[in-house]
Structure formats: C-alpha cells, structure tokens
Design a protein around this ligand. Structure first.
Ligand code: ZN
Length: 160
C-alpha cells in the first residue's frame, strides 16, 4: 500500500545540515513511526512521503518554511546576569526554562558578552534547511484506536 492520510509509516532517517553534519538519526533510537496527515513530522518531509511505499528510499531537502520555521526575533531577548537566577554561572549553549505570559518555555543561552546574555526561544533547527535521507520500512493502515488517540501504537510509537 502507498502512504496516504491515515497510514502508519515506520521509517529510518538521517538528518544533516548544509555542511553535511549529522543533526539527528534513527540509528540510535530505532525507526520512527508516525500517523500520516496529522502534522507529526515536518511539513516538507510529510509531503515527500505521500504516495510512497515500504522499501522506498529517497533524499529530500526541506526549506525552513516547511521545516521548523524561520527564527522569530521576538523570541530572542538580551538580559543581564543579575536578572536571572544563577546568571553568573551560565555558559553559552546551556538550556534554561523560562516563564512568561505564555507559560513555560525552553530557551538557549546563545551568546554571552560581558554581563549581557542573549536568550533564544526559537526551535534549535529554526532557519535551517533540513536534508533528510529516508528509508521507509513499513506502511499500514492505522487502527481505529490509533486514529482516535492521534498517534501510533507499537514499535516506534506509543506504548501504553
Ligand atoms: Zn494511544
């Protein structure tokens, strides 16, 4: 069968950036399962999956617009060390939990210059072109229960 809305797809992937550095891969955690048509994987990749079948391999480059979006400048803030609890101990690349009117959010310490600290709440892959190398392992029809739950059960999906 071919992939269409309501298909469960199990696939292996390697995700690389423009410099061919590996960002993520299913090699360690095993093949990933998702419910097609639900926006569970990035838009550009989901579009490329449509109509394919088990055993297919393909490569696709996904633009930021169809990936994790473009960085939103309003999610970047510059603060001083004394405005943050433990601000003196921060290092570039650390992740913090910040809370604002919209609730809890993970922000990354993207830059430290003197006592000026830049916090970035964008997705770490925002603004990046994503290069996927995909092999489809299995395609099947989702069960009524999976459709109802909105996620996949079993290998590569939820266990409950
Ligand atoms: Zn479930």
């Amino acid at each position: 069968m071919t992939i269409t809305t309501g298909s469960v797809v199990l696939f292996d992937y390697t995700l690389t950036d423009n410099d061919k550095e590996i960002i993520d891969s299913s090699r360690e955690e095993g093949a990933l399962a998702y419910l097609h048509g639900e926006g569970q994987i990035v838009k550009g990749l989901e579009k490329a999956m449509e109509g394919r079948k088990a055993g297919d391999s393909f490569k696709i480059s996904v633009s930021p617009e169809e990936g994790y979006g473009l960085p939103d400048p309003s999610k970047i803030a510059v603060v001083t060390a004394d405005q943050i609890e433990g601000g003196e101990e921060l290092e570039e690349g650390m992740q913090l939990e910040a809370s604002n009117e919209e609730g809890e959010q993970i922000v990354v310490v993207s830059k430290i210059e003197g006592d000026r600290i830049t916090l970035d709440g964008n997705h770490p892959l925002a603004g990046m072109t994503l290069h996927f190398d995909v092999t489809i392992r299995e395609v099947r029809t989702a069960s009524a229960e999976e459709i109802e739950h909105g996620h996949v059960h079993g290998p590569g999906g939820h266990h409950h």
